[in-house]
Design a binder for this molecule. Structure first.
Ligand SMILES: [Zn+2]
Length: 540
């Protein structure tokens, strides 16, 4: 071998070694519209589909199903990533692996999770994240609100740094899809429950958003599923173990500061309180808590440039998946233990213990050392005290972190609920949630509680076309006869806490709150001056 041939051989050997060690080469078609445009644009629905097509054409490890057909006719996909490949929920269950579900763009203008999901899928299928399929199956919905995504305007995100210039609308045809978790007015929520939550039974849901404004100093903020009437196990694990571990990993690997979700009033500078959002299960992450499953809310920081927001969302998604892959068994067990604990509690104590139906926000024991952009007071021309925001990030120690909830009103948990045959729509609504509703095959007399209503209060605001109702009255012990054809909902199953929150008359996010009984109740009140809530609580 001459010298030139030897050098050539060495170069070829080096190239081969490098190719074997380096990341697999993916095709240009797998690059997102955001990446192609130097983060000046976000992907349209069709551009997302084009990337998904390219990923699917080159990989056996991606299975595609239809989540729904949108009102405008878009076929919204869900992607199941697995190694070895699977195509059915039965195969997922047989594999014994954890199922993690990641959804983005539920608010159509909050586009970072959509772009980050495409990058994460590419990293998992063709890049350096292939090990993330060892212990888990990952379901992605990159564009949940497909119609909202494509209604792009320059002013849809007014309190955000101006990149990308154009982004979609928050709502889907006027509905905020992240307030629909209980009443299920939209086809998106119905499809989510049928085609993902019930069909694939994910152990963990991740919901990707972008904040609307508070100038805290974090690249991303997060929240667990807040526990209300749910078993505290999965929520506590998420809040106390999983999220702190991910926060530390992100800081160590990427030097990014992530923290609890919340906001403060800068006019009280320096802030002494940091407050999160609402506990109610109309928010999908909180809904998961009522199902004894884990959930994480992710909010990238609206005032970072778009590329930084995508990076933060991508880092968060991939570090959550690193954690869930490494702790798959622990997560699965925590959820299963909550199921078992709940069923045992119902079977042993139904009728003898209470759960919350209305809640208030409380501070965690541990205060927060809050990162925030610094506000500087000045005297305005009219003499008032105003603030100018500097570009410096400061740390404010000992801020009370309002990131938990406690009940302010409770009710007895029954062994079952029963209601008359005329409320067929109620039975159908409960079944949309995956709840088993039985039809009585003989007349039955039950002992328990009835709620006597004397007033229907109304909220002063409208959300998703509803002016919510707050029933006022008293529980009375008694017995009630139900007939063949009436409905019976047993509580000795893992959805008991969800059933309770949906059906309790005083629940701050139940079906009564969402006006489900208004017409019937108002009619009866007009006729007789008092009315019984039509859902009877069965104690034995
Ligand atoms: Zn949002």
């Amino acid at each position: 071998m001459n010298k030139i041939a030897a050098i050539s051989m060495l170069i070829i050997a080096n190239l081969l070694a490098h190719a074997a060690k380096g990341p697999a080469v993916f095709s240009e078609a797998m690059i997102s519209a955001a990446e192609r445009s130097n983060y000046e644009r976000t992907s349209t629905f069709a551009e997302v589909i084009a990337v998904l097509d390219a990923l699917q054409q080159s990989s056996d490890h991606i299975h595609r199903e239809t989540l729904l057909t949108s009102l405008e006719g878009k076929t919204v996909p869900l992607l199941v990533l697995a190694n070895p490949p699977i195509s059915t929920p039965e195969q997922a269950r047989e594999s014994g692996k954890l199922v993690v579900y990641i959804q983005a763009n539920i608010h159509g203008g909050e586009v970072e999770g959509k772009e980050a999901s495409l990058i994460a899928m590419r990293d998992i299928l063709f890049g350096d994240k292939r090990h993330l399929l060892e212990k888990q199956i990952i379901i992605f919905v990159p564009v949940y609100n497909s119609d909202g995504n494509d209604q792009m305007t320059a002013d849809s995100r007014p309190s955000q740094e101006m990149s990308p210039l154009m982004a979609g609308q928050r709502t889907a045809h006027g509905y905020d899809l992240n307030r629909d978790g209980m009443v299920i007015d939209t086809i998106e929520t119905a499809a989510l429950y049928e085609n993902i939550i019930q069909r694939w039974d994910p152990d963990l849901l991740v919901d990707l958003h972008t904040t609307n404004g508070t100038w805290h100093g974090y690249a991303l903020t997060y929240a667990p599923s807040y526990h209300t009437a749910g078993d505290p196990g999965p929520s506590d694990y998420t809040a106390d173990i999983m999220l702190p571990a991910i926060q530390s990993a992100v800081k160590a690997k990427f030097d990014l500061d992530f923290s609890w979700y919340g906001g403060f009033d800068y006019r009280d500078w320096p802030p002494t309180e940091f407050r999160t959002y609402h506990h109610a299960p109309r928010y999908l992450t909180n809904n998961m808590g009522l199902r004894n499953r884990m959930a994480i809310l992710s909010e990238t920081f609206a005032h970072d440039r778009f590329y930084k927001r995508v990076h933060a969302a991508n880092v968060f998604v991939e570090e959550i998946l690193e954690y869930s892959n490494a702790h798959a068994e622990e997560i699965r067990q925590t959820n299963n233990q909550a199921d078992a604990r709940l069923i045992r509690q119902i079977e042993e104590n139904a009728g003898n213990y209470q759960n919350g139906v209305q809640f208030e926000m409380v501070a965690l024991d541990e205060p927060l050392d809050l990162l925030s952009y610094k506000y500087i007071p000045y005297t305005a021309a009219d003499g008032s005290r105003q603030f100018v925001r500097s570009s410096e990030i400061v740390e404010i120690e000992g801020v009370l972190n309002y990131n938990a909830f406690e009940p302010i009103k409770s009710a007895t948990v029954p062994m079952a609920y029963a209601f008359p045959a005329q409320f067929a729509a109620l039975a159908a609504k409960l079944r949309q949630h995956g709840i088993v509703v039985e039809i009585l095959h003989e007349n039955r007399k039950f002992e328990g509680e009835v709620f006597a209503i004397d007033q229907i209060g109304k909220q002063g605001f409208v959300q998703n076309s509803h002016r919510n109702s707050l029933l006022q009255g008293v529980f009375e012990n008694g017995s009630k006869e139900f007939l063949t054809g009436d409905y019976y909902v047993a509580m000795n199953n893992r959805l008991a806490n969800l059933i309770f929150y949906l059906l309790e008359p005083e629940s701050d996010d139940g079906l009564a709150y969402w006006n489900f009984f208004d017409e019937y109740l108002q009619q009866e009140l007009e006729n007789s001056g008092t009315v019984e809530y039509p859902v009877f609580k069965v104690f034995n």
